[in-house]
Design a protein around this ligand. Structure first.
Ligand SMILES: NC(=O)C1=CN([C@@H]2O[C@H](COP(=O)(O)OP(=O)(O)OC[C@H]3O[C@@H](n4cnc5c(N)ncnc54)[C@H](O)[C@@H]3O)[C@@H](O)[C@H]2O)C=CC1
Ligand SMILES: N[C@@H](CC=O)C(=O)O
Length: 848
């Protein structure tokens, strides 16, 4: 942020521009719209041709700009839709006309120019108000006259001037529309500042270009700059070649040291293989710079190696992140390219190139190979075996070059398929897996790239879609990255985190799980590169920052993982109210928190439906019985076709401990404080004593058993006297001795009958009488199954169609740090196992 501010100041210092320059470069509308832009960080946004193809697309781009830009940002545009192709076609037509001397072709030319002009005019009239339409149509007519002159009089001189018109029109139109509807804006022709040495090497004169750009930008106006074009030092128009607009955007970003470049395009990110032909391709949310560059070099359809060049400067302190996002669905998170840590470095992808040549010569062996490499930048080279792989377009130049050295060369048609990832060529396991997956294709050779970010297999035949799918499957089958966020770092949360490192080491299903977020009620530590699990608590203590729920949801929306699991170990109703948003984002939730599962019927049903419709998984086994498998047992009976008629037992570890231990020898309140200190009560022990905790648990189990019930349908005996109910937790604890008399009396009355007191939950369903449910203090004979538990144990008794005469009983510790944290880990493993079988769903707007 600091850096961005510095740059803004520099731009402002240099804002002195002569009035004639403004008039030349600025489209002035009668009243500029007041600034309605939302964000505040320097960014470059580039819109590709498909994102500006129609009036509808342009309006969508306008919306994206409104939501994502500030005035000092820069918008770079390609020509609208297929305008550049049409300009190319015009040029070729003229060339043919000249060669063939045909009059007929010149009619065709006039018609083609008319069509092009009409198309532009239509965009202008559809989008702009009457006055701006008039002005832009006048300028378009002038350009068309100029185009006709170039094409008919001096064509050879003006090849690039002709091609440049597409971007000029596009920038002018978007800038005018912004002026009308969003913010003050000016369009800039990049030939007015961007200077390169020549079209072939495209080396930018950085100092001159940056200085000229500073002069062209106007303070308080959003600059819309033409992509694709530039000029050489003699002032001649140049283009930046295929996908030149992306390259323009990154050059411009480097000139202004922008923090971000977003390429708004028709696909929603970079995938682990071309998703048009590999249905199981996964979106790569974060790609390290070097890996992205290698992908571009080896045929990725979205990325081009040149695009990344201006952003990768190992000597520079400044790092610009590149995003690829879909202008057709701006809410979908795309791919971010930049400097990332370990998780992003584990990503693997597969790419291929057909129609290549394997060139063999002694000139490619040993030290001599270096010259050939410098001259031709081959796709790969093996200087031991003396071959390199080049494009067909390089064949003639390479033959000529070797002929001049009087050396022989042979060429053989080949294709390549490569696995790309951070330093994969150094990893024996990946090479071996890649080799195995290629067995049927009989590769001629396997070569590691110079930067080690790819292993390239040279194929004797073109790479088939089938082979691409097979290799992709093998290389990425276990590569789903799962992010883990832990909310609540109290009694149970702390233990959960202590157990995490060992779990990650020994449980295979957790292989791709990364701890990425820790939350308490006030602070959050989020790290997309992963939090060291062995130091989670201390890192949280040192680095966590204040946050609010809006920020949390915004991060959850943008999270870069294939799957995200939130483990809710809070007692907070507020936090449980976020579940619906989490589910609608496809986030999975594991809860020890009972609020959501025992909320109102409408809210609960809505949560279940939202989770279902978004394929979100939700497990909450520890909400009842801590680690005991009671939720699972009920689920299993129900899913297997059994029907449950009765559920009863001791559902509270706290109350079990208290009543099993309480024999009158010490005060009830002393035991209560003792239980609190052991961590077996709820954070506020009145949640236990009021019966509410047991009431919630009975509701959760009854719902699991398939009954539609609400909390109010369960009678609940509150053991907290009215006078203590409304106090703060601390005040309640200070006055806990006021509980003693009631329990002393209840105990002595029960004992006088040879009985004991226990807090019992009972649910019954009967065809005739319907449902009855209550939680209360009962006097039980000492021989009762619920009367003789180890303190803190829970007991669950289930009667069902299958368990009629002899009920199913589950008994064991129902509260406590270890068993609850263990139960949460068990849920975590289950979710990860289920996610391992989940197919990723590829979403590509604009392609399918
Ligand atoms: N203690 C036990 O044996 C069992 C507890 N549970 C449940 O586990 C949960 C946690 O219990 P304990 O660890 O004993 O509580 P605790 O009070 O020791 O810890 C709760 C933690 O949650 C955090 N927190 C509170 N509100 C939050 C919010 N809105 N966002 C993020 N963090 C928030 C607090 O900062 C605190 O670190 C409770 O819901 C409890 O019912 C479930 C089964 C057994
Ligand atoms: N206080 C609860 C803890 C778990 O939910 C209990 O006693 O069971």
């Amino acid at each position: 942020m600091k850096q961005e501010n510095t740059i803004l100041n520099k731009v402002n210092e240099n804002k002195a521009v002569s009035s004639s320059e403004i008039a030349d470069n600025d489209f002035i509308t009668e009243v500029a719209a007041e600034n309605k832009l939302a964000k505040h960080a320097i960014q470059v946004h580039k819109f590709g041709g498909s994102s500006l193809a129609t009036a509808k697309c342009i309006k969508r781009a306008l919306e994206i700009i409104r939501e994502n830009c500030q005035l000092n940002d820069i918008v770079v545009v390609s020509a609208n839709g297929k305008t550049t192709d049409r300009l190319f076609a015009l040029y070729s037509l003229v060339e043919r006309t000249i060669v063939e001397h045909t009059i007929q072709k010149s009619d065709e030319l006039t018609q083609a120019i008319d069509e092009l002009a009409k198309e532009q005019a239509q965009l202008i009239t559809e989008l702009l108000n009457a006055n701006n339409t008039k002005q832009l149509l006048l300028r378009l007519n002038k350009d068309i006259e100029q185009l006709t002159t170039w094409l008919t009089a001096d064509i050879a001189q003006h090849h690039n001037d002709v091609l440049a018109l597409g971007e000029v029109w596009s920038a002018r139109l978007l800038s005018a529309l912004l002026n009308e509807q969003v913010c003050p804006s000016n369009s800039i022709d990049s030939r007015d500042f961007l200077v390169i040495d020549n079209e072939h090497s495209c080396v930018v004169d950085t100092a001159l270009s940056a200085a000229q750009l500073r002069q062209r930008r106007q303070f308080g106006k959003l600059a819309v700059i033409t992509g694709y074009i530039s000029k050489d030092s003699r002032g001649k128009s140049c283009t930046l070649g295929r996908n030149g607009s992306d390259y323009s955007a990154t050059i411009i970003a480097s000139l202004v040291a922008a923090g971000n470049v977003t390429l708004w395009t028709d696909v929603d990110g970079i995938y682990s293989a071309d998703p048009r032909v590999v249905p199981s391709a996964r979106k790569l949310h974060r790609l390290p710079n070097g890996v992205a560059k290698e992908l571009g070099r080896l045929g990725n359809p979205v990325l081009h190696a040149k695009t990344l060049l201006p952003l990768i400067n190992p000597l520079s302190e400044h790092h610009t992140h590149l995003h690829v996002a879909s202008s057709f669905d701006a809410q979908v998170i795309g791919t971010e390219i930049g400097k990332f840590g370990q998780i992003a470095k584990q990503e693997l992808s597969v790419t291929y190139l057909n129609d290549l040549l394997l060139a063999q010569s002694v000139s490619f062996i040993g030290e001599a190979a270096a010259k050939a490499k410098a001259e031709f930048s081959p796709i790969c080279i093996d200087n031991q075996k003396g071959f390199m792989v080049i494009t067909q377009g390089q064949q003639k130049a390479l033959s000529d070059w070797l002929a001049s050295h009087d050396v022989e060369i042979t060429f053989k048609p080949v294709a390549i398929i490569a696995t790309v990832g951070h330093r994969v060529a150094e990893r024996g396991d990946i090479r071996a897996r890649f080799k195995r997956s290629l067995k049927a294709a009989k590769p001629l050779n396997l070569v590691g790239s110079d930067n080690n970010h790819s292993v390239i297999a040279i194929l004797p035949e073109p790479c088939s879609i089938e082979l691409l799918n097979t290799v992709h499957h093998e290389m990425t089958k276990d590569a789903r990255h799962i992010g883990l966020v832990v909310a609540g770092m109290g009694n149970i949360g702390e233990r959960f985190l202590e157990l995490l490192p060992a779990q990650l080491n020994k449980v295979y299903a957790l292989e791709n799980l990364h701890l990425v977020g820790l939350l308490s009620s006030k602070k959050a530590l989020i790290n997309n590169d992963g939090i060291d699990v062995t130091q989670a608590a201390s890192l949280f203590a040192q680095e966590a920052q204040s946050y609010d729920h809006e920020q949390l949801i915004s991060w959850l929306t943008q999270n870069p993982y294939d799957e995200l699991i939130v483990v809710d170990i809070t007692p907070s109703e507020d936090f449980s109210l976020l579940y619906e948003q989490m589910f609608s984002l496809g986030v999975h939730v594991i809860g020890a928190n009972k609020w959501a599962a025992s909320s109102s019927t409408a809210h609960y049903n809505n949560l279940v439906n939202t989770a279902d419709s978004n394929n979100s998984l939700c497990l909450g086994n520890t909400t009842v019985g801590a680690g005991l498998p009671i939720n699972y047992a009920i689920d299993d009976l129900r899913q297997s076709g059994d029907s449950i008629s009765e559920l009863s037992g001791i559902f509270s570890g706290t109350l079990s401990w208290l009543f099993e231990t309480y024999d009158g020898s010490s005060n009830f309140s002393e035991l209560l404080l003792n239980a609190l200190a052991q961590g077996i009560t709820e954070p506020d022990p009145r949640e236990d004593l009021s019966g509410r905790d047991v009431q919630r648990k009975l509701l959760i189990l009854a719902r699991k058993a398939g009954f539609e019930l609400a909390l109010e349908d369960i009678d609940c005996q509150n053991l907290v006297p009215e006078a203590l109910q409304a106090l703060s937790t601390n005040d309640f604890l200070a006055r806990a001795s006021e509980l003693d008399e009631y329990f002393a009396t209840a105990l002595s009355e029960a004992n006088s009958k040879g009985a004991c007191i226990r807090y019992v939950a009972r649910f019954q369903h009967n065809q005739e009488t319907g449902v009855s449910a209550k939680v209360s203090l009962e006097v039980l004979p000492q021989s009762d199954a619920f009367a003789n538990l180890t303190p803190c144990d829970n007991i669950f008794q289930i009667s069902s169609h299958w368990y009629q005469d002899n009920p199913l009983i589950i008994r064991g510790p129902g509260a406590g740090r270890d068993v609850t944290a263990g139960g949460l880990h068990s849920d975590l493993v289950k979710i990860c196992q289920q996610l391992a079988h989940k197919q990723s769903q590829v979403k590509i707007k604009g392609i399918n």
